[in-house]
Design a protein around this ligand. Sequence first.
Ligand code: ATP
Ligand code: MG
Length: 233
Amino acid sequence: MSERVREGIVAPTGLIAHGRGEAFDYLLGERTTENARRAELTAAAMLIDANRPVISVNGNTAALCSEGIVALAEAVLARIEVNLFHRTPERVEKVCALMEAAGAKELLGRQPDATLPGIASDRAVCTRAGILSADVVLIPLEDGDRAEALAKLGKKVIAIDLNPLSRTSKAAHISIVDELTRAVPGIAAEVPELRRNGNRRLALMNSFDNARNLEEAMAIMCGNLRAAGEGKA
Ligand code: ATP
Ligand code: MG
């Protein structure tokens, strides 16, 4: 990651966010929990049934998981939009080039032509063909302001965020509390079977309760801490 900061792909604040993620992953036990797996299954169902799914990619996501994102986008027929929090033309180009080197085609984001209502201008920038007209948006490692703005616009929001307390996790319809490089292939792996089973997709989406999902993730973290405090881990 620090190499990606030197290259100008990850913003310095992105490195701090990465460290926050590592701390929460420690509490989780650095593994995909059953709870996260259910969220990943439900996310796969929602992406398959979406009309205009978009995966939003920032510097951290591109640095950690460019090929995984491209594979997932192909599996669920989603567009990829590069959308940076700390936006400069140079960084946009570098992140776009990294995604294209990983195989991304018809990438969106080099020329934003729309703004999301309700947030400060820099973060509001997006594309009409992508995030603005999407019905389902997957936002890995997103900031709370944008997650809330997307949800307010009526979009179904799927977050990947190791912090179950973040505003992003709370604003999303499905919050996947798992590390990015486990979560993205975890979603993609469910797609072939779920694609054949519309009833299962519907059942997964109807039974998913994000508030309960986040409570379970926090209970797992608390349990791990308690076990360690009692000398059991
Ligand atoms: P809020 O949503 O309240 O604004 P925040 O200010 O912490 O939270 P960001 O600064 O954008 O939001 O941080 C992005 C989030 O991504 C953090 O909550 C962090 O825990 C999480 N995160 C960082 N690295 C990873 C990773 N590799 N996998 C999953 N989540 C990660
Ligand atoms: Mg924030």
